[in-house]
Structures are given as structure tokens and as C-alpha cells.
Ligand binder design. Structure first.
Ligand code: TXA
Ligand code: MG
Length: 313
């Protein structure tokens, strides 16, 4: 396995691998993706097997430009305004698939919908243009684990199964995209993420928010346990108990890590997964306790991931 620096030569090499049907991990602004040419069935199958992903859980298809949507999805009045406002960026749109959609049916898990986003990362953008095909890419972690925000996280998790990781440094946002279902009226958030519900509602009006308390299974992927470290996770903790690592927000004594000493939620999001990975060490701790995190803006997505991680074990 090689980790390649994501310079021009690295991107060209990765694009060649992808066009020949191989799987390559690459950076996006949210988390690292496990990429395959979305139009090649065999390549998409490899993503499911490397990740241990159930075939019923569909993948996000990444595009270089909103114009690529024309081939993939049935048009919808709301797409243009959303793409204008949020793309490139961490908003995934679930749309009706075109009947002649060139993407493998596996990316849709045989549903009649397809999830698409245009990532906001120079390496992802250059790679998409070089491959000149849409790339299917789930987060580059084994199914059920914490998502990777550095090339080293991907190497630790999947290095043996991959032949190339494109290293573009740490991911800026550090938390996955918001998944918005536009096949319903009103549109519905299936997974809270970096773009918050209010920002979306400002563009398209009323939406159904993801109800994190009802425990409804809305997105096929929500069936799985998710984002789980191996140590027990205790949420909304004001202090650590004996043996626990404490993850603080906005300062605390004896914290093993502070997600954002100044209380910036975007900064906390970008540090969350790396912190969970680093502290998930049974040789040093018997559990991880996490400070309360405000439920505003991206704080909703942070709380969603923490809740899943706490429940996932
Ligand atoms: O930020 C992200 O979204 C990252 C980067 C790599 O783009 N990708 C990512 O992919 O988080 P993944 O596979 O870990 O999560 C995709 C989510 C899953 O919850 C999946 O069920 C949902 O999107 N999804 C994908 N296609 C769907 C569809 N057609 N209908 C409903 N949900 C869908
Ligand atoms: Mg994932």
C-alpha cells in the first residue's frame, strides 16, 4: 500500500487507478472517502467488500460540477438554489435516479434514488476532473467505526485492504455531510451534518428535521451502529470519573483533550473524530467522558455522532 502526496503526480496516479477499476482513498473537506468509479459495477463492489458495508446501505456519488447531475438524477426545482448556495460543500442531495443513470445500481442499493454531492476540497475536485467520472465514496472507515479525518486514520483502519491513499492533510470540517432527501415534500434531513437545518430552510423553506430523539430509521445507513469507539462513551459529563479520559469543550481542568478551548463548534467538529480515535485506548483509560456540547448549528450533528457512538457498542 502506498500513501501518495496529493500533488499533480499523485492525483494523476490515483485517477489512473480509479479509471482501471481500483479503489483509492482520497480527502474531502468532511472526511476521507473510499473512492471508486461509480459507473463500474466491479469497482463499486470492491468498496462494499473493503468497508464491510451491507449491500442495503447506499453510497454517496461525488461530482466535479452540478452539471454532472443531468446524467444522474431527475431534475427538481429545489436543486439549483441548493447547489448555488451550498456546492461545492458538505450537503448531500438524495434525488430520483434517471432511468438511464450511468451509475452502478449498487451505489443506490437498488433503490430508485441516488445521493450526490460536490465536495469542497481542491484534491477531490482535481481528482474528479482527472477521472472524468462520478466517484462513489463512503467514509473510508470499516463499517461501524469512527470516520477518518487524516490519511493516517485510513492507513490504520484499511491500509491492508487498499493499494493507494491520496494524502491531502487533515480534513477541514471533520464531520460528514448533511444528507437531505429531496424525494419527499417537504424535503427531509436524513443525517444531520456540517450544513445545519436552518441554513437549508432559509433556501428552500420548510423542511422536516431529523428527529434525534424519536429513534426513527430514516436513512438506510442509520440501520447500522455507527461511529463507535471500543471504549464506553459517557455523554453530557461535567467531569471524568476514575480512569476515564475527559473530552472538554470550552475549557476544563484535567481534560485529556479540549475540542475547542474558545467554544467554537466548527472547531469542535473538526477535532471530534481524531479525539475519539486517540483516546480510544484501553491501555490508558477505561472509558471516555464527554462534556455537554451546545445543540446549535453544527452542534446538532456533533451531538448526533456522539449519541450514536455511545449507543453503538
Ligand atoms: O461527508 C460525507 O458525506 C462523506 C464524504 C466522503 O463525502 N461520505 C460519507 O458517506 O459520509 P457514508 O457512506 O459514510 O454515508 C452516506 C450516508 C449513509 O447514511 C447512507 O445511508 C446515506 O448517506 N445515503 C446514501 N445514498 C442514499 C440514498 N439513495 N437514500 C438515502 N440515503 C442515502
Ligand atoms: Mg460513514
Amino acid at each position: 500500500m502506498t500513501i501518495k502526496v496529493a500533488d499533480d503526480a499523485g492525483i494523476t496516479a490515483a485517477a489512473d487507478r480509479l479509471r482501471s477499476g481500483h479503489v483509492v482513498a482520497f480527502p474531502t473537506e468532511t472526511v476521507y472517502g473510499l473512492g471508486a468509479d461509480a459507473t463500474q459495477d466491479d469497482a463499486v463492489s470492491k468498496v462494499f467488500s473493503i468497508k464491510g458495508r451491507p449491500a442495503v446501505n447506499p453510497l454517496i456519488v461525488h461530482v466535479a460540477d452540478p452539471s454532472w447531475l443531468e446524467h444522474l438524477a431527475v431534475s427538481d426545482d429545489r436543486i439549483a438554489a441548493l447547489a448555488d448556495t451550498f456546492w461545492p460543500g458538505p450537503l448531500t442531495l438524495v434525488l430520483k435516479r434517471r432511468s438511464d443513470c450511468p451509475a452502478s445500481k449498487q451505489v443506490s442499493a437498488n433503490l430508485d434514488t441516488i445521493a450526490v454531492r460536490q465536495p469542497d476540497h481542491p484534491v477531490a475536485a482535481a481528482l474528479l476532473l482527472a477521472v472524468d467520472r462520478p466517484l462513489a465514496a463512503p467514509s473510508a472507515n470499516p463499517s461501524g467505526h469512527v470516520s477518518p479525518t487524516t490519511a493516517q486514520h485510513v492507513e490504520t483502519d484499511l491500509g491492508d485492504a487498499l493499494d493507494m491513499i491520496l494524502d491531502g492533510g487533515p480534513c477541514r470540517a471533520g464531520l460528514e455531510s448533511t444528507v437531505l432527501d429531496l424525494t419527499t415534500e417537504p424535503a427531509r434531513i436524513l443525517r444531520p451534518g456540517v450544513v445545519d437545518a436552518d441554513a437549508i430552510a432559509n433556501v428552500i423553506g420548510k423542511i422536516d428535521e431529523h428527529d434525534t430523539t424519536a429513534g426513527l430509521i430514516s436513512s438506510p445507513g442509520q440501520l447500522e451502529k455507527h461511529y463507535a469507539p471500543s471504549l464506553p462513551l459517557r455523554l453530557n459529563a461535567d467531569t471524568a470519573r476514575e480512569g476515564e479520559a475527559y473530552i472538554a469543550f470550552r475549557g476544563a481542568l484535567n481534560a485529556a483533550c479540549d475540542l475547542s478551548p474558545h467554544g467554537d463548534l466548527a472547531e469542535a467538529a473538526s477535532n471530534l473524530f481524531a479525539a475519539l480515535r486517540e483516546l480510544d485506548d484501553p491501555a490508558r483509560f477505561n472509558g471516555i467522558a464527554v462534556s455537554p456540547i451546545p445543540r446549535e448549528g453544527i452542534g446538532q450533528a456533533i451531538n448526533d455522532r456522539l449519541r450514536r457512538a455511545a449507543k453503538g457498542r
